[in-house]
Design a binder for this molecule. Structure first.
Ligand SMILES: NC(=O)c1ccc[n+]([C@@H]2O[C@H](COP(=O)([O-])OP(=O)(O)OC[C@H]3O[C@@H](n4cnc5c(N)ncnc54)[C@H](OP(=O)(O)O)[C@@H]3O)[C@@H](O)[C@H]2O)c1
Length: 254
């Protein structure tokens, strides 16, 4: 008998952790939730909290090559039926591209784009009909953002990849959703604004991670391609669709 599982990356904090909590409550019939992140202690705490569904800890650094080999082997060994994949590992560093480090710039591309793509590729053969893929993009992916240039570009990639993949996988009835929240109150901001101060307006629209995740789950069940939490971000998305990217970039730069 194959185990029905969910696999969540970035499960040690923020939205990934909330996804694990919500999945355990809302998706019945799962045998296991596989949780991926670097901080094993955090994953152990989460495992203790989850009642009714087994949690398997995969302490992997998705910036390291050997992690993909380990994930591939675990999947080959267990041959699970993956019902839900959540790609939530990611980070952002704000500041001008010119004065940032090369390591930060390429790290965002490697984790937010490359790792997400590779995890999706490795898991895809095990996803069964009717399953879900949640790709955590961001409203930062709606338009180019001076001061957050690489991060916004990585999230535009995730959104575009997600919508195209959704179409490709429609025949397998696999639902792919790009989750595009605005600012969400998580540890993300501890790292994102180490170099410079956060723009004041972001504090006013800061969302609760649980609410963002619940909305994403509702939207996926309604077969939406993109999940956007909150009126402000919905309006932002509409404006970004209407105006040319170079105008938005100018406005954002003010
Ligand atoms: N917070 C926001 O305002 C916001 C808005 C829109 C989109 N997002 C996106 O949402 C996703 C989740 O972020 P969050 O807000 O929940 O932030 P968070 O609390 O900082 O969570 C980030 C997660 O990524 C994991 N991670 C970081 N580096 C990793 C690595 N090398 N290998 C494996 N896992 C790694 C972290 O775990 P470890 O440190 O334990 O490895 C953590 O579990 C990210 O893709 C982020 O870009 C965030």
């Amino acid at each position: 008998m194959r185990n029905n599982i969910a696999l969540v990356t970035g499960a040690s904090s923020g939205m990934g952790k909330e996804f694990v909590r919500e999945i355990a409550k809302k998706y019945k019939g799962l045998d296991e939730i596989w949780v991926v992140a670097r901080r094993k202690d955090r994953l152990r705490e989460l495992k203790k909290e989850i009642i009714g569904t087994r949690v398997r800890i995969l302490p992997l650094d998705l910036m390291e090559e050997k992690s993909f080999e380990r994930l591939k082997k675990a999947l080959e060994k267990e041959q699970p039926d993956v019902r839900i994949l959540v790609n939530a590992s990611g980070y952002g560093i704000s500041g001008s591209f010119e004065f940032g480090t090369q390591e930060d710039a390429s790290g965002m591309v490697r984790l937010n784009c490359e790792a997400l793509t590779r995890v999706t590729y490795l898991v895809l053969p095990y996803l069964r009909r009717g399953s879900f893929i949640y790709q955590i993009a961001s409203s930062a992916g709606f338009a180019p953002q001076p001061g957050f240039a690489v991060y916004a570009a990585t999230k535009a990639y995730v959104k575009s990849f997600s919508i195209a993949l959704r179409q490709e996988l429609a025949w397998r009835e696999i639902k792919v959703i790009a989750v595009c929240p605005g600012p969400v109150k998580t540890e993300f901001f501890d790292r994102a604004y180490e170099q410079e101060e956060m723009k004041f307006y972001k504090r006013f629209v800061m969302a609760n991670p649980k609410k963002v995740v619940r909305k994403a789950i509702r939207d996926a069940r309604r077969n939406k391609a993109v999940s956007v939490y909150g009126v402000t971000m919905k309006i932002t998305r509409m404006i970004c669709k209407l105006l040319p990217g170079k105008w938005i970039a100018k406005i954002m730069d003010k």
